[in-house]
Write a protein that binds this ligand. Structure first.
Ligand code: HEC
Length: 150
């Protein structure tokens, strides 16, 4: 071995290094969680309608075609910002009605255009979905997506 690393030193570097980076990793996890729960989302606005809307979203597997904040399938438009694109910031009631009417009127049947299936959703479910989109649109995504279309 000569003047090189001894077995004990190598072991200490391994365990010490592992512990050091594990502590950093754990601290980053705690920080990310804290940041998400307190800063990047509107925790106070997380009402029952938003929670139900997320369930409607999951139950109908909308993510099989759409993305939300970049997660999902890239067949249909990004919906994390759909509330803003429908003018929800200036006219929340108008955006809510427009979104509901859009979902109700699917599919368009326009040739050459990608189609969205018809979902037999109740008025309550559509309202909840709109609440979910509204809440999602307020998540601080730090400028993402870089353009409107996602
Ligand atoms: C089979 C694929 C598919 C599924 C599943 C699907 N969609 Fe879509 N959706 C589309 C396509 C394609 C479009 C764009 C259609 C167009 O522009 O004519 C669209 C458009 C939309 C739009 C309008 C987006 C915009 O930018 O104008 C909304 C809102 C929407 N979908 C909501 C939903 C919701 C809510 C669900 C689940 C209940 C869902 N979609 C499930 C394919 C899908």
């Amino acid at each position: 071995m000569g003047e090189g690393l001894t077995k004990a030193a190598a072991r200490n570097i391994f365990y010490g290094g592992s512990l050091f980076f594990f502590i950093i990793f754990a601290a980053l996890v705690v920080h990310s969680h804290y940041y998400a729960a307190t800063t990047s989302v509107d925790a106070a606005g997380l009402n029952d309608g938003v929670v139900r809307g997320k369930r409607v979203w999951e139950k109908n597997a909308c993510i099989d075609c759409h993305t939300i904040l970049g997660e999902g399938a890239y067949f249909a438009p990004e919906l994390g910002n759909v509330w803003v694109r429908y003018g929800g910031r200036d006219d929340p009631q108008g955006a809510r009605e427009a979104l509901k009417a859009w979902i109700r009127s699917m599919p368009t049947g326009i040739p050459g255009r990608r189609q969205m299936p018809h979902f037999n959703l109740t008025d309550q479910e559509l309202d909840d979905l709109a609440s979910f989109f509204e809440w999602t649109s307020k998540i601080n995504t730090q400028g993402w997506p870089p353009n409107e279309a996602g």
